[in-house]
Design a binder for this molecule. Structure first.
Ligand code: SIN
Ligand code: CO
Length: 385
């Protein structure tokens, strides 16, 4: 799946994080990648899939959480309803392939693909999200109304389960057909209602760490490594006028102590790479029962056996000067140089790859691939899952 006509540099410059945008079918050849039945099937799975059913009843919206019994979708519901399934890309390769055209935004900012199915009139109601989203109309039609940027002071409807905007007023109003895309930046009000039945929408969702997450995570990480005896000292203490006062001199020293560790940019980079590569759902587990031996990995590389990435795994890297990098996969970091660094970049570039047979002679490459297989992030295609 790719775009025939989409200027991503202009999009980033003029639109990304700035304003909503309707993009009329930019695909070379749009094909809806998932059948409604398959989506319903995922919502019935006992574990590892997060799903919601929202029904627009006369007395208000009702939210139910999955998994759902199969019979739930067999009988037609009279009131308009919509089913939403999180991270469908982790379970359906054809849905995962929808992410590739949006990789003009770096992988670490991309979250996952939520898929919704709605009967005529179904929708989740007017709301705003904390993250950017591309809403790709997959099947059928949906009317999207978009409103202004909201915030903590935007009045919400009193509802136990849903954060619905109280006085939604649209500034844009469009009916999307299959293949059309609506981009919505964080905070902008939006409300999508299915027009006719069989309405499927794919939400390519992004993520951005909050300042609170960063401060908390980074400080906790630093604190773990700090020894008990690294402590405030005041061998230069002089008498002070009031024993109750915490003096400016003491505060300056305390504040400097708190900040000095936090300021280490290189250590922050290493922490952040591992932190941002932590998987959201640990359930899609490819971890082998027994560690794969180095000899097996060597032989499979030598025979050009293709490797596949676990779609639930997160991969990123940070360069460390010429020919060296830190690779981050599912919260683990790997120092890579030479061939291993080149392989790490290859792994970060695509969901499946084949390493040239010559790389079987590189112990660093074999060790890296074996470690990634053992932690369930990578698998040779023949033995995956
Ligand atoms: C939907 O697919 O109906 C909801 C997507 C969203 O508004 O975030
Ligand atoms: Co939304």
């Amino acid at each position: 799946m790719h775009f025939a006509d989409f200027d991503h540099a202009a999009f980033l410059r003029d639109t990304w994080q700035k304003r909503p945008l309707l993009i009329r079918n930019p695909w070379a050849n749009w094909i809806n990648p998932l059948e409604p039945d398959e989506l319903a099937g995922l919502a019935c799975e006992e574990s590892g899939v997060e799903s919601r059913l929202i029904t627009r009843r006369s007395d208000g919206m009702v939210l139910e959480s999955g998994p759902f019994p199969e019979a739930r979708f067999a009988k037609a519901e009279a009131a308009p309803w919509t089913l939403l399934v999180q991270a469908v890309d982790h379970h359906v390769p054809e849905v995962a392939m929808l992410i590739a055209p949006f990789r003009f935004v770096p992988d670490w900012r991309i979250d996952d693909v939520m898929v919704s199915y709605a009967a005529d009139g179904g929708g989740v109601g007017p709301h705003f999200d904390q993250y950017d989203v591309f809403l790709v109309q997959g099947l059928g039609r949906r009317r999207w109304r978009v409103g202004p940027r909201c915030g903590a002071d935007t009045p919400l409807v009193l509802h136990a389960d849903l954060r619905l905007i109280a006085d939604f007023e649209a500034t844009g109003d469009w009916v999307l057909e299959a293949g059309d895309i609506l981009y919505v930046p964080p905070g902008f009000a939006h409300d999508g209602v299915a027009v006719g039945g069989d309405c499927m929408t794919y939400s390519i969702g992004f993520r951005a760490p909050s300042r609170a997450d960063l401060v908390e995570g980074w400080a906790a990480h630093l604190a773990d490594a700090l020894p008990e005896d690294d402590r405030y000292t005041d061998a230069d203490l002089v008498p002070q006028a009031h024993p109750g006062e915490i003096t400016p001199a003491a505060l300056e020293r305390l504040h400097a102590m708190a900040l000095s560790g936090l300021a280490d940019g290189a250590a922050f980079a290493r922490w952040f790479g591992a932190y941002t590569s932590l998987p959201k759902y640990a359930d899609a587990d490819w971890q082998p029962e027994a560690a794969v031996g180095q000899a097996v990995v060597q032989a499979l590389i030598a025979s050009s056996q293709p490797l596949a990435r676990n779609p639930a795994s997160r991969f990123a890297f940070i360069r460390q000067g010429e020919g060296a990098l830190f690779l981050f996969v599912d919260g683990q970091s790997f120092d890579c140089t030479g061939d291993a660094a080149r392989v790490a970049e290859q792994i970060c570039a695509s969901a499946s790859l084949t390493l040239g047979p010559a790389l079987s002679a590189s112990p660093a490459v074999v060790t890296l691939v074996a470690a990634l297989i053992d932690q369930g992030s990578l698998a040779f295609d023949e033995d995956e899952r």
